[in-house]
Design a protein around this ligand. Structure first.
Ligand SMILES: [Zn+2]
Length: 306
C-alpha cells in the first residue's frame, strides 16, 4: 500500500462523504443536490467554503452553525469519516483495480441509503434504481463469480471464452437482483399478514435488488439472513429497554407493586414495538457492507470449506 496514494484516497473519500451528506439531506425532500449552495437549515445563511471543509470544519465549529449556533448533526462528521474509511478499505482489499472502484460505488450508495433510512424511513429511488443499473453494468467488467458461473464451469473456463464470461457474470448479477428482490417481497408479504402493518416496503425490495446485482446470489442471501438477525436483536433490545423504563416509572410515580408494574409495562413495550417503524434498510445495508468485505470468509468458515 502506497501511503501517499492511501492519503489521497482518504481525502477523496472525505470529499465524497461531504457530497453524500448533501444527498442524505436533500434527496428525501425532493431538492436538487447541485444547486443552490449549502445553507444552515436553521438560519438559512449560506455556508462559507471554510466552514464546509470535511471533518475539520465540524470539529473547529464544535458541531454548531457559525452564525446562529444551531447544532449540526454529528451525522455529517460520521458519514464523511465512514466514506473515507470505506474508500481506503476498498483500496486495501482490492488495490487500484476496477473491483475497488465497484465496491467504492456500492459502499457509497449503501452508506447514503443507511443514513437516509435511519433519518427519514425512506430509501429513495434516486439511489436504489441507478444502483441496480450500476451493479448490472459493473458485472460486465468485474466478474460476479457466483452460482451460474459455478454451474457452468465448462463455459467459464473454456479457452477463448473471453466474451462469454461477461454474459455469465451479467446473468449472475441479474439472478442475484431477482433473488434479493423476491426474497424481501415475500418476507414483506408474510410480515404484513403476521403483524398487520407494513414492515418492509418497496424501498427495501429495490435496495435488495441493488445489493443482489452487486454481490450475486450467495452474498445476497447472507445479507438477508444477517440483516434479519440484526433487526431481531434490535427489536428485542427495544422491547427490553421500553419495558424496564416503563416499569421503573410506574413503580416510582404510581406506587404500583412490582408485579402490576411489570405486567402493565410489558403491555406498553409490546405496543411500542408494534408502532415503532423498524428501519430494515439500515440493517440490510449494514449487513451488505459486512458481506462485501467479510461475507466470503464467513461463509467459508460456516461451511468449513478450505
Ligand atoms: Zn445557522
Amino acid at each position: 500500500m502506497d501511503l501517499v496514494l492511501a492519503a489521497a484516497i482518504f481525502a477523496f473519500g472525505l470529499a465524497f462523504g461531504s457530497f453524500l451528506n448533501v444527498c442524505i439531506y436533500r434527496l428525501p425532500l425532493g431538492k436538487s443536490v447541485v444547486h443552490p449552495r449549502s445553507a444552515c437549515p436553521h438560519c438559512q445563511r449560506q455556508i462559507a467554503w471554510y466552514d464546509n471543509i470535511p471533518v475539520f470544519s465540524w470539529v473547529a465549529l464544535r458541531g454548531r452553525c457559525r452564525h446562529c449556533h444551531a447544532k449540526i448533526s454529528p451525522r455529517y462528521l460520521v458519514v464523511e469519516l465512514l466514506t473515507a474509511g470505506l474508500f481506503l478499505a476498498c483500496y486495501g482489499q482490492f488495490g487500484l483495480t476496477l473491483a475497488a472502484l465497484k465496491f467504492c460505488v456500492f459502499g457509497f450508495l449503501l452508506l447514503g441509503l443507511i443514513f437516509t433510512d435511519a433519518e427519514t424511513q425512506l430509501l429513495p429511488d434516486w439511489m436504489t434504481l441507478p444502483g441496480l443499473g450500476l451493479g448490472l453494468l459493473f458485472s460486465l467488467v468485474v466478474p460476479v463469480n457466483d452460482l451460474v458461473s459455478e454451474l457452468l464451469p465448462g463455459l467459464f473456463s473454456a479457452p477463448g471464452a473471453g466474451a462469454s464470461w461477461r454474459g455469465i457474470s451479467l446473468l449472475d448479477s441479474f439472478v442475484g437482483a431477482a433473488v434479493g428482490a423476491s426474497f424481501i417481497y415475500g418476507a414483506g408479504a408474510i410480515y404484513f399478514r403476521a403483524r398487520g402493518i407494513e414492515g418492509m416496503g418497496f424501498g427495501d425490495v429495490k435496495l435488495m435488488a441493488m445489493v443482489g446485482a452487486f454481490l450475486g446470489i450467495r452474498l445476497t442471501i447472507f445479507t438477508i439472513f444477517a440483516g434479519s438477525i440484526a433487526g431481531s436483536l434490535f427489536g428485542l433490545w427495544t422491547v427490553a429497554a421500553v419495558w424496564l423504563k416503563r416499569m421503573q416509572r410506574r413503580m416510582q410515580r404510581r406506587h404500583e407493586t412490582a408485579r402490576e408494574a411489570r405486567q402493565r409495562a410489558w403491555g406498553s413495550a409490546v405496543i411500542a414495538l408494534r408502532r415503532f417503524p423498524m428501519p430494515f434498510g439500515v440493517f440490510l445495508g449494514a449487513m451488505a457492507m459486512v458481506a462485501t468485505f467479510f461475507g466470503n470468509q464467513l461463509l467459508r468458515w460456516y461451511w468449513r470449506l478450505p
